[in-house]
Design a protein around this ligand. Structure first.
Ligand SMILES: [Mg+2]
Length: 193
């Protein structure tokens, strides 16, 4: 086993070369492709993957440390989930505009202070989806304005409780886990400054 390295360029011999790409499904949100690629050992391989427009996740945090979570039913797994406010990036929309729009639409809050925390890829095995994480502070209550096909409940939860809910498995949506853990790290570093 090799030692971990942050320099991924060292492993350029692992790159797979795309030779042919066929779009086999085109939906309103997702596009599915079936590709042929040359693998690192020069053999031919098939790669099925989903093109996604990307999304933004927002962790809204009040001055006392409480955060805003939503509860939403997710159709593919037929379950209710605790989540942070989030949504896909519309065509020609920049990620910050998506984040502030989704926060307002889903929770009714707008934020005076925004911090870009970073991004992650939730499903690299089969999708190119990227999710940008934002911390929203200086929250001001407005009115919810959800999409017609969107139904959710908004909760105010102490930040430490949200962390406990991740470790207990009560929060098990990937973007919510990643976003809260990244924001927790950011806020802890800020406290020490
Ligand atoms: Mg959403």
């Amino acid at each position: 086993m090799k030692k971990t390295t942050s320099n991924l360029c060292l492993n350029s011999h692992l790159v797979e070369q795309k030779n042919h790409s066929e779009k086999v499904f085109s939906g309103e949100l997702l596009h599915v492709y079936k590709d042929e690629a040359t693998l690192p050992n020069a053999s031919a391989g098939r790669r099925e993957w989903i093109e996604h427009p990307g999304a933004c996740a927002v962790v809204p945090v009040f001055s006392n440390g409480d955060c805003v979570l939503i509860q939403q039913f997710r159709y593919p797994v037929q379950q209710l989930f605790w989540e942070v406010p989030a949504g896909k990036i519309d065509p020609d929309e920049d990620p910050f505009s998506t984040a502030s729009r989704e926060l307002g639409e889903e929770t009714g809050y707008c934020a005076e202070e925004w911090t870009y925390i970073g991004h992650f890829y939730p499903a690299v095995g089969y999708a190119d989806e990227i999710i940008h994480i934002y911390l929203a502070e200086g929250l001001i209550q407005g009115e919810q304005n959800m999409d017609q096909d969107e139904f959710l409940s908004v909760y105010r939860v102490p930040f430490d409780e949200a962390i406990s809910m991740i470790h207990s498995g009560e929060i098990n949506d990937a973007k919510t886990i990643a976003s809260i853990i990244r924001v927790d790290g950011f806020l802890n570093r800020k406290k020490k400054e």
